[in-house]
Design a protein around this ligand. Structure first.
Ligand SMILES: [Mg+2]
Length: 483
């Protein structure tokens, strides 16, 4: 189930993408269509830097990735300890979370039991503990229980209550985690899948709230610091943003729904990063990591010094419940030594993974079209990893055409920056010549078939699989000038 892996890997990645996309606009009113929404950074945030939403989710993800049951006291102790560690150096901590972590800690020591007590006390004391701070971080809980829905429901509420005692916060985490879990398993969006897990007197209330979200624009929920309005704004952004039809020749794809819905979530205004982070968790589960624009993927980073690659790795590790990844990233037995200049652009080098391991002089950026191990990651120059599988089965590449075009756009972006680019996969037989042909077709405004012939002339062993050849035909000439 390759596409399921893609969807699992999309959950944290798209959470972070929404978070970093919304961060520059936090506390601002709704943004009209005349105003830009872009991952530019702003205030204390660098471009692509995620905020507290993803940081707190990463703390949960790290514990879940060990295979721990998140309902266990020891697992929750580890989570609150990591939150506390993060909060001491964080650029932003939510008011309610900060209050609980401060009053629960004795020096640098904090336990889940003390956090839960502080959370309950705050609720009894103020009656106002339904901030959105537990919903924004809940996505990794869904990945920890792909095998056990009832356990997930218990864990989602229990981890919410560590800081947010109000039943609305717990309900929201149960509903959203269940929707994420269902989407990761099936690819379907169904936000009502877990209504039956709520107390009977609250099912009707939440059903009405979800209905209101579907009938209204995301801007209809301006009080989105409240967990209910945050969920409604996020769901409204997903449910009311039209899903584009696949039209490769026009450069529009169903996968674009992820990007467009996150844009709509940010435009809701006010707690923009949180609404978009919440939306991102579900969108990533439904569409997969491969639907996250590569330009965002290249920018994403944040606490604790992670990048997009590590978020993808964490998500996979959670789903494996602590078991190691058995994939052999060394690619033993493959002919990895291919290397040639692109026939239309000598500053684009085409190669096997051997070229990455012995990087030619002058290369200033790398686009990897195969999975790579930690040892092969370049940290000295921009390095973008593209999820593309050399198989014909549609399940392996759920957004094949979109991803091919995204890979080409990435090469084009690096070239506009004046960089020499290494474009590679394992053997430069199928994936590399396919992306190189599309790049060449757009560069020279020629047919993709003609460009592929030229690329195959430069790479004697090139032989793209039939599914990639068909994709090149679909992407065709219309997209050539659609830069
Ligand atoms: Mg935030």
């Amino acid at each position: 189930m390759a596409s399921r892996n893609d969807r699992i890997e999309g959950v944290l990645l798209a959470t972070a993408a929404g978070d970093a996309l919304g961060a520059p606009y936090e506390f601002e009113p709704p943004r009209g269509p005349e105003l830009e929404v872009a991952m530019t950074g702003g205030g204390p945030w660098e471009a692509g830097e995620w905020t507290d939403d993803t940081a707190m989710a990463v703390a949960i993800a790290e514990v879940a990735a060990t295979g721990a049951d998140l309902r266990d006291e020891s697992a929750q102790d580890a989570i609150v300890a990591r939150w506390h560690e993060w909060s001491r150096g964080a650029k932003d901590v939510g008011v309610q979370t900060d209050s609980v972590l401060r009053s629960a800690a004795i020096g640098s020591v904090i336990t889940a039991e003390r956090a839960r007590a502080a959370s309950a006390f705050l609720h009894e004391d103020t009656g106002r503990t339904a901030g959105n701070g537990s919903l924004m971080r809940t996505a990794p809980v869904a990945l920890a229980y792909l095998h056990d829905e009832d356990a997930m429901v218990q864990a989602a509420r229990s981890i919410s209550e560590l800081t947010h005692f109000d039943p609305d916060a717990g309900d929201a985490c149960v509903l959203w985690c269940s929707a994420i879990r269902h989407a990761a398993l099936t690819g379907e969006l169904d936000v009502r899948i877990a209504l039956g897990h709520l107390d009977s007197d609250r099912q009707e209330l939440w059903s009405e709230r979800l209905g209101a979200a579907e009938r209204s624009a995301p801007t209809a929920f301006p009080n989105n610091g409240w967990v209910v309005a945050a969920l409604q704004a996020a769901w409204s952004a997903i449910a009311t943003t039209p899903v584009p039809e696949d039209d490769p020749a026009a450069g529009t794809f169903r996968a674009d729904h992820l990007r467009l819905a996150l844009d709509a979530a940010v435009r809701a205004g006010f707690d923009t990063d949180t609404v978009a982070a919440i939306a991102g968790g579900l969108l990533g589960a439904a569409y997969g990591a491969s639907a996250v624009p590569l330009e965002w993927r290249a920018l994403l980073h944040g606490w604790p010094d992670l990048t997009a690659r590590e978020l993808v790795g964490l998500a996979g590790a959670i789903a494996r419940r602590g078991r190691p990844d058995s994939f052999d990233f060394r690619y033993p037995g493959y002919q990895t030594g291919a290397l040639a200049a692109h026939p239309y652009d000598e500053k684009v080098l085409l190669g096997g993974i051997g070229a990455l391991r012995h990087l030619p002089d002058g290369v200033g950026a790398v686009v990897s079209l195969c999975r790579i191990g930690d040892d092969d990651v370049r940290t000295d120059i921009p390095h973008v990893e593209v999820r593309l599988i050399d198989r014909e089965d549609d399940d392996e590449n759920p957004h094949r055409d979109f991803v091919l075009l995204e890979a080409v756009r990435t090469v084009e972006r690096f070239r506009r920056e004046g960089r020499t680019v290494l474009l590679h996969c394992v053997e430069a037989q199928s994936r590399t010549p396919t992306v190189a042909a599309l790049y060449g077709a757009r560069l020279r405004a020629v047919d993709t078939g003609e460009a592929l012939e030229a690329v195959c002339g430069a790479l004697p062993n090139a032989s793209p699989n039939p599914a990639f050849r068909e994709a090149l035909q679909r992407l065709g000439t219309a997209v050539v000038t659609a830069q």
